[in-house]
Design a protein around this ligand. Structure first.
Ligand SMILES: *Cc1c(COP(=O)(O)O)cnc(C)c1O
Length: 218
C-alpha cells in the first residue's frame, strides 16, 4: 500500500465506526527507513512521523525540519532517563511514559522549559515480561500520579502481543482511558489499524504499509 491507500482505508474505517475522518492521526513510522523513502512521503505532504529511538531521530530529522514546514515527531519507543532532555527538545509527543522515575524527570524538564510534549502512558496490556509499559492493574494509580505532576497527559498507548487477537487489547486500553477521562488512544499498526480505529484509536502508528519492509540492520 502507499500513502493514498492508507488514507483511504482510514476514511473507510472511520465511516464504518461512525467517527469523523479527522478523528484519527496517521503517524508514519519512519524508523530505520532510508531517507529517500522518508523524503518521498514528505513530498506527498505528510508531516506526522514516528520514531522509536531518540538518537536515530536526532540524527535524521533536523535537516528535514529545515527543508519542510510543520513536521511533528512522535516518540513511540522506550525512553531512557538520560535521553529525556533530547527527547523533549525533539518530539511533539511521547507515547511511552511507563514509570514514575521518568515522569519525575519529564516534570522537572517541563518546569525548567515552561512546556512539555504531549504525553501518553504505555500500558502493557498483554502483561508480557519483555515489553515496556505499566501493567493494566497499575494504570489508574500511575495516571493519577502523572496528573499530580502537572504533566500534559493526553492518552494511552499499547502494543498488543504478536500472536493474540489485538481487539481484546484495544478494548482494554479504551476502557482504561475512558474511566480516566483520557481522550487519546495510540493503538494500531500496519496489520491492524482498521480494527484499532473501530475500537476508538486516535493515533495509529503505521510503518511498513506506508514505506515498505524495513531494511534489516547489519
Ligand atoms: C515499528 C513500530 C510500529 C510500526 O509497525 P508496522 O508494523 O511497520 O506498521 C508501530 N508502533 C511501534 C511502537 C513500533 O515500534
Amino acid at each position: 500500500m502507499a500513502l493514498p491507500d492508507i488514507t483511504a482505508a482510514i476514511a473507510r474505517a472511520c465511516a464504518a465506526a461512525q467517527r469523523p475522518p479527522d478523528a484519527v492521526t496517521l503517524i508514519a513510522v519512519s524508523k530505520v527507513q532510508p531517507a529517500n523513502r522518508v523524503a518521498a512521503v514528505l513530498d506527498q505532504g505528510h508531516r506526522v512521523f514516528g520514531e522509536n529511538r531518540v538518537q536515530e531521530a536526532a540524527n535524521r530529522w533536523p535537516p528535514f525540519c529545515t527543508r519542510y514546514d510543520t513536521i511533528a515527531l512522535h516518540l513511540i519507543g522506550p525512553l531512557q532517563g538520560n535521553k529525556a532532555r533530547q527527547a523533549v527538545e525533539l518530539f511533539t509527543a511521547i507515547h511511552t511514559l511507563d514509570r514514575p522515575k521518568l515522569a519525575h524527570r519529564l516534570a522537572a524538564l517541563a518546569q525548567e522549559r515552561g512546556h512539555s510534549p504531549d504525553l501518553m502512558i504505555q500500558v502493557n496490556t498483554g502483561e508480557e515480561p519483555q515489553k515496556a509499559g505499566i501493567p493494566p492493574a497499575g494504570a489508574d494509580a500511575f495516571i493519577a500520579q502523572v496528573r499530580a505532576l502537572d504533566l500534559p497527559l493526553t492518552g494511552l498507548m499499547c502494543i498488543p502481543p504478536a500472536h493474540e487477537d489485538a481487539s481484546l487489547h484495544f478494548a482494554l486500553l479504551a476502557k482504561i482511558a475512558e474511566r480516566n477521562g483520557l481522550p487519546n488512544l495510540s493503538m494500531g499498526m500496519s496489520a491492524d489499524f482498521a480494527t484499532a480505529i473501530s475500537f476508538g484509536a486516535t493515533h495509529i502508528r503505521v510503518g511498513t504499509a506506508i514505506f515498505g519492509e524495513r531494511p534489516v540492520l547489519p
